[in-house]
Design a protein. Structure first.
Length: 164
């Protein structure tokens, strides 16, 4: 700490701060108080620079840690994979399944168990059908199975009615 203070004092002496302070004190002792406008501007800019440096340090050091909202479907998908403690192989398999279904929001897989139906999978994904069924059982454990679906799934997230 003393090394830091001595460095600051040395810089102040070399910069002429001592002379500037003496002139300011001498000016206020006389009959007329005289302040150099250039010197006041220098002091104000220096104070503003110190405040700005402190604010930037606080800002970039994480001084404002707030929970962030998810504005990214990919980040939400990864957060759900972490919340369900899925290994990276399972998360990658779900990501591939979302890409094959052309989902704009891959996190919808965590809401729609119908997407795990083996008949609706692509040829490369059918090789992983047993793993996908175990993932479905794990992700949707405790939910009642719906025997009749209200309609075919679309990528917009809205069910389209079946015409009979």
């Amino acid at each position: 700490m003393s090394l830091w203070c001595s460095a600051v004092f040395t810089l102040a002496q070399r910069g002429g701060v001592e002379e500037m302070a003496n002139r300011m004190v001498d000016g206020s002792r006389g009959d007329r108080t005289h302040f150099d406008p250039g010197m006041l501007l220098t002091l104000a800019l220096g104070a503003a620079a110190v405040v700005l440096a402190l604010w930037l340090t606080s800002y970039f050091s994480g001084g404002r840690r707030r929970p962030t909202a998810y504005h990214s479907p990919g980040r939400l998908f990864l957060a759900l994979c972490r919340a369900h403690r899925l290994p990276w192989r399972d998360a990658w398999l779900l990501w591939r399944m979302a890409r094959w279904n052309e989902l704009e929001d891959p996190a919808r897989l965590f809401l729609e168990p119908e997407r795990f139906d083996p008949q609706g999978l692509s040829r490369p994904l059918t090789r992983h059908a047993p793993r996908l069924q175990s993932l479905r059982a794990r992700l949707f454990a405790g939910l009642p199975e719906a025997d009749a679906q209200p309609g075919p799934l679309t990528n917009s997230g809205v069910f389209t009615p079946l015409s009979v």
